[in-house]
Write a new protein. Structure first.
Lengths: 231, 117
């Protein structure tokens, strides 16, 4: 009874605390000054048709670097918590074979899903999407093949190599921006190209491809350690 | 106060209620995810402008006219960041739940009394 009362008290406290914040949100009629600057100058300055991408990758690129770091730490935590017990190698559980339909469907769909993921992160500066979404789509392709071929093992050397290389290259591109352009993670180290083309917006497609590979390999790492854990 | 922000606010309170009242660890994690979703809706509703479109320039939305036609791109970028971090944190929490289950064969939060006083 006391506990319920306390919970109710906490909830009422939170409602009182959050309500002023929420009731201050008025329906807007025009952009605020910062957004106005990003929308007005962004396309000419950075050459990216997707303005959200130009905010994520360049204007707030440091945030994205931090986000990638958080994802990496979470992956490391998952791998650490679910590390394989030493005696589990001796008598591996026999897993049931998946059905013919699932196996055939996987063989047909996996390359297409891969291609779709690569399309999403290569066109991150033109269409809705980008590195994170593309990486998740690629990880879903791997998840599908994990479900249909439960015995198969993922090559960890390749996975780790992709993840570390893309992370290091991301940082190198960021530092190159200091020397060749205006600042850290500036995309103008490469020519801006024609607006709205695939090869445009300077380094944004390169950075987003690296982020896509990194996010994809990290999520595959999470899925793999969850699949391997013996519980 | 817009409709989306009210829904986000309600989701935050519902998720908090779930986290405080449920005993099953998986349900607590679900409550956390509901709070996460509510916060995303709240952030998106800040930048939304009625009747305007997504900030992507193409043949239907010209560069010169973009200022008067698009919503604020910054909350969208922040929510994208928040979604990815929410995914990572949820994965980590689920792994903790797996580890706790391996230790005590139970997912009831009341069975873990080591830090209780």
């Amino acid at each position: 009874m006391v506990k319920r009362f306390l919970i109710l008290l906490v909830l009422v406290f939170f409602v009182i605390m959050l309500l002023p914040l929420v009731s201050d949100i008025q329906p807007q009629t025009e952009l605020n000054p910062l957004a106005k600057k990003y929308v007005k100058d962004g396309p000419d300055e950075l050459g990216s048709a997707n303005l959200v991408t130009s905010v994520i990758v360049t204007y707030r690129g440091l945030d994205t670097l931090g986000e990638v770091a958080v994802l990496f730490i979470a992956t490391a935590g998952v791998g650490f918590m679910l590390r394989r017990r030493k005696d589990s190698n001796k008598n591996p559980q026999k897993k049931r074979e998946s059905s013919e339909i699932l196996q055939t469907g996987t063989a047909l769909l996996t390359p297409l899903i891969f291609l779709f993921g690569i399309y999403i992160f290569l066109h991150g500066h033109l269409t809705p999407g980008g590195g994170f979404q593309g990486g998740v789509v690629i990880a879903s392709a791997i998840l599908l093949s994990m479900l249909s071929f439960p015995q198969s093992e993922i090559n960890h050397k390749i996975l780790n190599a992709i993840e570390s290389l893309s992370g290091v290259l991301y940082l190198v591109i960021g530092i190159l921006g200091i020397y060749l352009a205006a600042g850290f993670l500036d995309n103008r180290i490469l020519p801006l190209g024609d607006f709205g083309r695939l090869f445009s917006a300077g380094a944004i497609p390169v950075i987003y491809s690296l982020i896509g590979l990194k996010v994809g390999s990290e999520l595959v790492g999470i899925l793999d350690s969850m699949q391997r854990s013996d519980s | 106060m817009t409709l989306v922000s009210i829904i986000g606010f309600v989701l935050i309170i519902v998720g908090l209620w779930g986290m405080l009242t449920q005993n099953n660890i998986i349900k607590i994690i679900i409550g956390f995810s509901i709070i996460d979703t509510g916060i995303h809706l709240l952030i998106v509703s800040i930048g939304y402008i009625k009747g305007k479109t997504a900030p992507i320039i193409d043949s239907a939305l010209l560069k010169t006219d973009a200022m008067n036609q698009v919503v604020d791109p910054i909350p969208s970028a922040l929510v994208l960041t928040a979604i990815v971090i929410g995914l990572a944190v949820t994965a980590l929490m689920l792994v903790y739940a797996v580890n706790l289950y391996q230790r005590k064969q139970s997912l009831d939060i009341n069975d873990f009394e080591e830090l209780k006083w």
